[in-house]
Design a protein around this ligand. Structure first.
Ligand code: SAM
Length: 331
């Protein structure tokens, strides 16, 4: 672990040259879906009383910009649009002058918040969508309505936002949707990103993970049955491997298993109840709620110590998986 100086900031860098640049903020652990691969059953709502307030989340972000050198923020959850603090927190984060602010949502409440998002000046958004089949949609998400999500995507594009869709392909669950979703995305200038199923939460103790895992190789094989494509450049700390289909568009694969990206991971996560995580594959976290009440200088000094520990938590090679559920730590 060493420190580098950058614009008067002392940033922590580990022996692999990694530092924190991307912050994922979970606004809430609550979700209006209960996706089969994310939660074992039913809805798991966390009492909002334990959540950080919108003001605390914005303050934590401001402190992390100063202490860790964060320049990109993704607002996520749980389902971020489900939280009543979403509009005010979004604006607070947008006002911090970051290079990039984006949002990951299941899209169910996009029609309600489309204007807030467009007016905030956000430039891009990721919508999670695992199938275009209405029945299957409800079987996987165990809630929600497909057409509402599709309408939400249209509203975002009409408002000038760049849209990416995240799909988790699973064997015998929705692998038949790889090509329909890709066609849908290509026709609309949307980048589809296939996420390899991660061995998290209840999947760790379930045969479903081995049964349903659908590898990058299988995804590419399926796409090759219809399209020719070639690998293109992606930013060094990008989690996605990107491909171009000439004259059609691009797609990506987030290959946690097949091509792990731990070596250049720059992500830091703040959960909705104030726990800071340095690694998605490590359940260790630090509660930063109490330091948010301290004066700036003291808060930054304490945060610096927390960040040293969080950076040391990163894996050096492969994604190991964890019992932590994605929706609690911020997917
Ligand atoms: N509710 C928002 C949404 O649906 O986009 C944000 C949170 S959700 C946890 C973020 C992403 O994590 C979704 O795209 C979801 O499909 C993905 N996800 C959840 N559990 C996963 C797992 N075990 N493996 C891969 N992706 C997972």
């Amino acid at each position: 672990m060493q420190e580098i100086t950058n614009d008067q900031q002392h940033l922590i860098v580990d022996r692999l040259g990694r530092r924190f640049r991307n912050l994922r903020l979970s606004l809430t652990a609550a979700c209006n879906y209960a996706c089969t691969y994310c939660v074992p059953d039913g809805k798991r709502l966390q009492a909002a009383a334990y959540e950080l307030s919108g003001e605390e989340i914005v303050r934590a972000t401001r402190l992390l910009i100063a202490t860790a050198g964060i320049d990109k923020v993704r607002i996520t959850g749980g389902e971020p649009l489900l939280s009543p603090k979403f509009p005010a927190t979004l604006q607070g984060i947008m006002d911090l002058g970051l290079t990039d602010v984006s949002l990951t949502t299941n899209g169910q409440l996009l029609p309600r918040y489309a204007q807030n998002i467009i007016d905030s000046g956000m430039k891009r958004i990721n919508v999670s969508l695992d199938t275009l089949d209405r029945e299957h949609f409800r079987a996987i998400a165990r809630s929600g309505d497909l057409n509402t999500v599709l309408h939400g995507i249209e509203l975002m594009q009409a408002g000038g936002l760049k849209v990416k869709i995240n799909m988790v392909p699973m064997h015998h669950v929705n692998d038949d949707q790889i090509l329909p979703l890709l066609d849908y995305a290509l026709e609309r200038g949307i980048e589809l990103r296939f996420i390899e199923l991660m061995n998290m939460g209840h999947l760790q103790a379930s045969p479903a993970y081995q049964r349903e895992f659908f590898s990058m190789e299988s995804i590419l094989e399926r796409i090759a049955s219809r399209y020719s494509f070639s690998r293109t450049d992606a930013p060094f700390d990008s989690t996605a491997v990107r491909y171009e289909i000439p004259q059609k568009g691009t797609f990506g694969v987030i290959a946690n298993e097949s091509e792990p990206f731990c070596r250049n991971c720059t992500r830091l996560r703040l959960s909705s109840n104030g726990a800071l995580y340095g690694c998605l594959s490590n359940a260790r976290s630090s509660d930063i709620r109490s330091l948010l009440a301290l004066p700036d200088e003291q808060a930054q000094a304490e945060l610096h110590q927390v960040l040293l520990g969080a950076l040391a938590d990163k894996q050096s090679e492969n994604f190991q998986g964890e019992v932590t559920v994605m929706k609690f730590i911020g997917g």
